[in-house]
Write a protein that binds this ligand. Structure first.
Ligand code: GLU
Length: 429
């Protein structure tokens, strides 16, 4: 992997167990086989529709020009405009972005919202860049993928290390080129410029909803049940706060600087207050310091990996003590680990279902932008709950009816939905 801060860095994708595209494909192939998927549709769905690789020159604050590498992948648009976040991270690879774009396709189909799947990424170290540098990078990246963007064609959103401000710059850049304001070109915007109430919390709120449903299914109470949450960003911190408010005991939390463990429960509000001043959890005294690896194997009932891919692998899956895993992150579990968890009887709520709350409220935001009429926050939250509970229930029933685990059921259900549209639309020649 390249170690440069920027430059024309192109990361080599990891091979084997941790290659996200292979991980996605293994699950896809398994589901396709069980579905006896039509051979032609299988071939279509194994390939991304479009991959853009772009070099992004940016004038840095020190006067030097750096060239960054960016990607935007539209995996499938049969069900509607491509939808998916943009991440700024040193680990970005084309394979990763392609896998994440495919996951967005299945995710939108699982919750049955009328979008296809896309993802974008720029290889950079956002924490080492100034706000002005990030703005120039974002605007130039937006300009270089302008031909695919649009409310009817491709609608980005925040992802790892991008936020409302980045979306505001994308919206402005796109609107300047179109010569009028186009709010619906991105979601996850600030509320003041067309963002939806409830969008910021939506992914974490969705995780909360599926954890509650999973506990019900497993016959476990909410009160006092112990949860460990990896990642204390927009997903993990919200899920932890909301589940604590519902009576769960949050025994472990972590961010990229490490984790905290307290068997008696961590006060999530104190941790949030701490990171407001110190940015990261490092030094927080609400419990004992642990590593991110320790957190996954900690004694708890529910584990919510809400950070990055490939944290549950064949190396540690056997040591996981949780009975339920709710995947707030995209791709936290490798395909090898799936088999180990299944053997152990762990109930896994897969990423494409567990973290679909974010894109669901993105859909609501896009609808509100196009209607020009804005909903109340409780309306957004109630509609999110309806979508998540319906999707959870459909996947659960499907898994029981076909005697497969929740992940395979979610893939089968979503691939079937995408395939049905391909069949109806036929092949344009
Ligand atoms: N980045 C989020 C995800 O992975 C949200 C995508 C969106 O809202 O379009 O689901």
């Amino acid at each position: 992997m390249e170690a440069a801060v920027s430059g024309v860095a192109v990361n080599a994708a990891p091979t084997g167990e941790t290659n996200p595209f292979e991980a996605m494909m293994q699950r896809f192939d398994h589901a396709a086989e069980l579905l006896s998927l039509d051979e032609g549709i299988y071939r279509i769905l194994r390939h991304p529709e479009k991959q853009i690789v772009t070099s992004i020159p940016v004038a840095m604050d020190n006067g030097e020009i750096e060239v960054f590498t960016g990607y935007r992948v539209l995996y499938n648009t049969s069900r509607g405009p491509a939808k998916g976040g943009i991440r700024f991270d040193m680990g970005v690879t084309l394979d990763e972005v392609t896998a994440l774009a495919a996951w967005m396709t299945w995710k939108c189909a699982v919750v049955d919202i009328p979008f296809g799947g896309a993802k974008g990424g720029v290889i950079c170290e956002p924490f080492r860049m100034s706000t002005a540098e990030l703005e120039r990078l974002t605007r130039r990246y937006t300009a270089s993928i302008l031909e695919v963007l649009g409310p009817e064609s491709d609608v980005p959103a925040p992802d790892v290390n991008t936020n409302e401000q980045v979306m505001a710059w994308i919206m402005d850049t796109y609107s300047m080129h179109k010569r009028h304001t186009v709010t619906a070109v991105v979601t996850g915007k600030p509320v003041a410029m067309g963002g939806s109430l409830g969008r910021l919390e939506a992914t974490g709120r969705g995780v909360k909803i599926v954890v509650k449903e999973a506990l019900r299914e497993m016959g476990m109470p909410l009160n006092g049940t112990r949860i460990a949450v990896q990642g204390f960003g927009n997903v993990g911190s919200v899920a932890a706060r909301l589940l604590e408010a519902e009576g769960m005991t949050v025994v472990a939390i972590s961010d990229k600087t490490g984790g905290i463990y307290n068997p008696n429960g961590i006060y999530v509000s104190e941790a949030l207050e701490y990171i407001r001043h110190n940015r990261f959890l490092e030094g927080f005294t609400g419990g004992d310091a642990i590593t991110n690896e320790d957190l996954l194997e900690i004694d708890c009932d529910v584990l919510a990996p809400c950070a990055l891919e490939n944290v549950i692998t064949r190396r540690n899956a056997g040591n996981i003590r949780a009975k339920i895993i709710a995947e707030g992150a995209n791709g936290p579990t490798t395909a090898f680990a799936d088999a180990i968890l299944e053997e152990k009887g762990v109930f896994v709520v897969p990423d494409i279902l567990a973290n679909a709350g974010g894109v669901t409220v993105s859909y609501f935001e896009w609808v509100q932008n196009r209607e020009g009429y804005y909903w109340r926050e409780d309306t957004v939250n109630e509609r999110l709950r309806e979508v998540m509970i319906r999707a959870f229930d459909q996947v659960l029933q499907y898994s029981k009816a076909h005697n497969v685990n929740m992940r395979t059921a979610a893939y089968m259900l979503s691939i079937d939905r995408v395939a049905a549209v391909h069949k109806l639309r036929g092949i344009y020649a």
